[in-house]
Design a protein around this ligand. Structure first.
Ligand code: NAD
Ligand code: ZN
Length: 342
């Protein structure tokens, strides 16, 4: 079968041939229809420090996908051949305290599809059946192929009560933009999103942000004045991983504000802890999606009228994967979809 792999320890992704994966007793084999390129795949492409320390070479990459079940392991219940599914890319151990308590997103032994084990940029992928998510007919293949990052947005945004609240989102990457749309849909008042990339800020505005702010040109304080926000933001969603963005968030939060942090900053990021302490801020770290509460909420949000379709800006057959990666790396895109069905 065809795959996209990190074949060499240097910049790039390569198309390779590989054997179909083995299907364990508790696994499902999925024929992949569409995949989406994640920021993580771009890190792996660029072969940055994190990738060099994390990714074994060679490795089939990718973890955002939709497909159809082709084969099921002999112990699997609740799925049948032909079911249309997406998949949770965090494979949890099932034995640790959090797993046993039903808090699988907090498993301390999580293994990542397309990071620590063969990924979804392949004609077929095998994953544990518990990680497969069966899709209602009214969810399109394209939407389902981005459930992984949409789930990051939903998990982060729905961490706190948003109704009537003023929300600051730092980072208008695909996840920040989807989070802005979610916040508006569930009843936030002002949703201000920041970035330094005008293409992405334009997309965020189109998808429902009250105000998209290029922090290279405009001051957040001025925008708050303009919106009549005298006291500060109630909710902060950090989705850039950029230290100056984190610092501006801490500075503009109201007392008692709540922050959810998804973006991955450098490990030595400096924080003004006095802002946290004297403002009585609550800070929550976010990893992945809640299994599977976030997945049900994603379906419900779409079924109740949330439209995130504009986030998909580019589509290519998988043979043109290089163009897809080039577009994604340029920053002039939302989500980029690769089609495996030809
Ligand atoms: P992305 O890299 O596409 O988005 C980050 C955005 O931040 C970019 O658009 C960039 O231009 C913007 N930015 C740069 N400087 C800024 C500044 N000073 N102020 C505001 N924005 C600035 O990433 P994404 O795929 O949307 O993911 C968002 C973040 O979440 C990334 O850091 C990613 O690594 C992280 N992530 C975490 C998890 C998790 O489970 N915790 C999962 C997926 C992604
Ligand atoms: Zn566990």
């Amino acid at each position: 079968m065809k795959t996209l792999a990190k074949s060499f320890a240097k910049e790039g992704i390569w198309m390779e041939q590989a054997d179909r994966p083995e299907v364990g007793h508790n696994d499902v084999l999925i024929r992949v229809k569409k995949t989406a390129i994640c920021g993580t795949d771009v890190h792996i492409y660029n072969w940055d420090e994190w990738s060099q320390n994390t990714i074994p070479v060679p490795m089939t990459v990718g973890h955002e996908f939709v497909g159809v079940i082709e084969e099921i392991g002999q112990e699997v219940q609740g799925f049948k051949v032909g079911d249309r599914v997406s998949g949770e890319g965090h494979i949890t151990c099932g034995h640790c305290r959090n797993c046993r308590a039903g808090r699988r997103h907090l498993c301390r032994n999580t293994v990542g599809v397309g990071v620590n084990r063969p990924g979804a940029f392949a004609e077929y992928i095998a994953i544990p059946a518990v990680n497969a998510f069966k899709l209602p007919d009214d969810i399109s293949d394209e939407m389902a192929s981005i459930f992984d990052p949409f789930g990051n947005a939903v998990h982060t945004a729905l961490s706190f009560d948003l109704v009537g609240e003023d929300v600051l989102i730092t980072g208008a990457g695909p996840i920040g933009i989807m989070a802005a749309a979610v916040c508006r849909h569930v009843g936030a008042r002002n949703v201000v999103i920041t970035d330094v990339n005008n293409y992405r800020l334009g997309l965020a505005q189109e998808m429902g942000a009250t105000r998209a702010v290029n922090v290279a040109d405009e001051k957040l304080d001025d925008v708050m004045q303009e919106l009549g926000m005298n006291e500060g933001f109630d909710i902060g969603l950090e989705m850039s991983g950029v230290p100056s963005a984190v610092q501006s968030m801490l500075a503009t939060m109201n007392h008692g504000g709540k922050i959810a942090m998804l973006g991955i900053p450098p490990s030595d990021m400096a924080v003004d802890w006095n802002q946290v302490i004297f403002k009585g801020l609550h800070i929550k770290g976010i990893y992945g999606r809640e299994m599977f509460e976030t997945w049900y909420k994603m379906v419900s949000l779409l079924q109740s009228g949330l439209d995130i379709s504009p986030i998909i800006t580019h589509r290519y057959p998988v043979d043109q994967f290089q163009t897809g990666f080039d577009v994604m790396r340029s920053g002039q895109s939302g989500k980029v979809i690769l089609d495996w069905s030809e």
